[in-house]
Design a protein around this ligand. Structure first.
Ligand code: A3P
Length: 324
């Protein structure tokens, strides 16, 4: 099928992004369809923060660290999206401005997923079902330094075949990092996403756990230990070592079930086939390092980000690592 960017994407200020309105029905359904379970685990992140990496991590810990059980399941089968219908994820249905049909509502579809469910979302605290806001379920929030996030996001969006107007890196920085507006970019501003979760950490107390991308990179063993404690899983040190190795960038890339996660899905009437494909340029796995932003951002862009976000982050006591 001819790709029609105008139909598929909303143009915001001359830039083309997937429409945030896509998710309005899904977001509304969070409140009208609150069937959360006590043993649900939710992974929430701003796009390009290492979402799929952390889904692999959380899924593995939920399975007690048993690599054999998880490794042959496709990354898109390891969690259920709260705000993206599977039909959209698999290319069967287009995201629509009117919203999703009832049968495509991802939270309704998630009903058939057996417990304990691993749910994923790019939405922040404000949009969660009321029960989650009151402390039901466990929430794992993935945080990554904003310069890496915006770099990774820009590369993802820099696909002329997919966008009528490819946003420049400056436009992406403006819409994502240097704004408090929520309608410039799908999922709104980065700071809004991270600060809304961070500011509610005392309210959710034992039911919220933060993981930094940079910590996963530097010391996955400690991250696994912290997460296992949060999820009440006892995992021997020896196994934690193996898990950390299994989750390394090169290892995940080698495994077709995790290394080629994007744009390689085919939905037939009965089943979802996960196709292998190298055709998509900006996959979920790209470089996987902490400081690749240095190769893409100019000194002045970096300074503008520091000037805008520095004081805001300091005010809420959130610190990021930017260097390797
Ligand atoms: P880069 O584009 O900087 O390489 P998301 O899943 O939220 O879209 O995040 C994608 C980012 O996570 C990409 O960042 C990707 O390379 C990185 N990533 C995925 N798996 C990883 C792994 N095992 N180790 C390190 N980074 C990983």
């Amino acid at each position: 099928d001819e790709f029609n960017a105008e139909e598929k994407f909303k143009i915001v200020n001359g830039m083309s992004f997937s429409p945030e309105v896509t998710h309005i029905e899904a977001v509304k359904s969070m409140n009208t369809y609150d069937k959360m379970r006590d043993d649900d685990v939710i992974v929430s992140s701003y796009p390009r923060s290492g979402t799929h990496w952390s889904i692999a991590l959380v899924d593995l810990v939920m399975h007690g660290g048993d690599i054999e059980t998880v490794k042959d399941r496709h990354i898109h089968e390891r969690s259920t999206w709260m705000d993206i219908p599977m039909a959209v994820l698999t290319g069967k249905a287009e995201m629509s401005i009117e919203g999703t049909k009832e049968q495509e509502n991802p939270m309704v579809a998630a009903e058939s997923v057996p417990s304990p469910r691993l749910l994923s979302t790019h939405l922040t605290y404000d949009f969660m079902p009321e029960s989650v806001k009151q402390g039901k379920c466990k929430v794992v929030v993935i945080l990554r330094n904003p310069k890496s996030v915006v770099t990774s996001l820009h590369v993802l969006n820099d696909v002329p075949e997919y966008y009528k107007v490819v946003p420049t890196i400056d436009q992406t920085i403006e819409a994502t990092l240097l704004t408090d507006a929520q309608d410039q970019m799908i999922y709104g501003s980065w700071f809004n996403h991270v600060s809304k979760w961070w500011m509610n950490k005392d309210k959710l107390k034992r039911n919220i756990h933060f993981i930094f991308y940079e910590d996963m990179k530097n010391n996955m063993g400690e991250v696994i230990k912290g997460l296992a404690k949060f999820l009440n899983k006892g995992i021997p040190d020896e196994q934690i070592k193996k898990m950390a190795e299994h989750l390394q960038f090169e290892q995940m890339l080698k495994n077709p079930k995790t290394g080629k996660a994007f744009e390689n899905l085919k939905l037939t009437d009965e089943t979802i086939e996960f196709m292998e494909s190298d055709s998509y340029k900006a996959a979920h796995m790209r470089k996987g390092v902490i400081d690749d932003w240095k190769t893409k951002l100019t000194a002045s862009q970096s300074k503008r980000i520091d000037a805008f976000l520095g004081p805001r982050l300091e005010k809420i006591g959130l610190k990021f690592q930017y260097e390797q």
